[in-house]
Design a binder for this molecule. Sequence first.
Ligand SMILES: [Cu+2]
Length: 162
Amino acid sequence: MRLDRLPVGEALVGFLAVVLIATFLLASRDLPGGSTADAGASASAGASATPAGSTAPGGLEITMTDNKFDNTELTAAAGATVTINIKNSGTAVHNLHVAGANGQFGAQYCTTNGADPCSNPNRLAAGSTATLSFTVPNTPGAKIPYRCDFHPADMNGTITVK
Ligand SMILES: [Cu+2]
């Protein structure tokens, strides 16, 4: 019987050694991964003004001219809080008004702390900048209209929720 001659004790020690090494390797892999995730989370939480992760792919920047948005198709992640950076490069007054979660504009002219997301300030004089921060509805696939309240027929677009 060859089984009787197997060094069971040594095999057991060897097996435990392999388990210990594997555990150590897995643990050492988890440690840097965990700290990286923490750094990423705190970085994105701290940098709410410029969320690089959501700004870059969605291109949440709008430049206005008379009477045109340079960007009429934005995308944003469901449930995310996003900031659109806006610049009025035209000579007329413009604004940015995003429809509410129901897809409707609740007022003809939005106000900064009104029901609908609105540029802050809600009137951009020539050459000025504004931001619009809002929480994207948690409805992937939805298309949320936006417009300039002063020129809604010429200046409008949609935010696609993904
Ligand atoms: Cu306008």
